[in-house]
Design a protein around this ligand. Structure first.
Ligand code: MD3
Ligand code: FE
Length: 217
């Protein structure tokens, strides 16, 4: 094979990169799911629209959220929890589409976690300026299961620290189609998203959407 042809193939193959112990970045992994993924996402949002939830401290989040699956992550003045019902509609969250489950399970396998079967998918929408401050994800029952995240739309700067809030975070740029599998030691690392810079994505418009697949129960 010529070097040129090899380079051409390398450019279109999803790559993998270690971000930390147990955290694997799969660049472009979601791209081959895109044609089914985006319409499925639109259907979910039609049934359970994005909303700005309140924190227990009484602030509104700049990120708008919705969920699909048997459990959805919610926050309000009473605290954080997983709930089977959308508090806005009183109805169960939309079913997790097959393309979501397949993408999450295949990515988890690629990251070294076989048989990942998420029961929750939190869907975050960032418009320019929206951010997520450093936090840990600790509301799930089983920290042995990884979290799989899928980035769509405008690029974001992801902040990835350590087990202590004071650990200086590393910065990673996540773009449309990137998938990260967070397991093992990195599962409880502090992380966040820097304020989203303005931009426009051909398929997604002026926003970033992040899907996070979790085993909540
Ligand atoms: C690292 N979302 O929803 S996804 C969140 O881009 C959240 O919307 C961010 O943090 C976003 O909780 C980051 C990546 C992510 C998700 C869960 C993690 C990274 C993680 C759990 C442990 C370590
Ligand atoms: Fe998180």
């Amino acid at each position: 094979m010529t070097a040129d042809l090899f380079d051409a193939i390398a450019d279109v193959q999803p790559s993998r990169e270690a971000m930390a112990d147990g955290a694997v970045l799969l660049r472009g992994f979601a791209l081959r799911f895109e044609t089914d993924l985006i319409p499925a996402l639109r259907e979910i949002v039609a049934q359970a629209p994005f909303r700005h939830m309140s924190t227990p401290g009484g602030h509104q989040m700049s990120v708008a959220m919705t969920n699909c699956g048997n459990a959805g992550w919610v926050t309000d003045r009473t605290g954080y929890r997983y709930d089977g019902v959308d508090p806005e509609s009183g109805q169960p969250w939309p079913k997790m589409p097959a393309v979501f489950r397949e993408l999450a399970a295949e990515a988890a396998t690629e990251g070294g976690f076989e048989n990942f079967s998420p029961d929750a998918c939190l869907i975050n929408r960032y418009e320019p300026g929206a951010r997520m401050s450093l936090h840990q994800d600790k509301d799930e029952q089983d920290f042995a299961a990884p979290i799989v995240s899928v980035s769509l739309g405008i690029p974001a700067t992801f902040l990835f620290g350590g087990l202590k809030r004071s650990d200086k975070p590393a910065r990673f740029r996540l773009v449309h189609g990137d998938v990260v599998v967070w397991g093992g030691p990195s599962r409880l690392f502090f992380h966040g998203v820097a304020p989203l810079a303005d931009g426009e994505h051909a398929a997604m418009g002026r926003q970033r959407i992040n899907l996070t697949f979790r085993k909540a129960r």
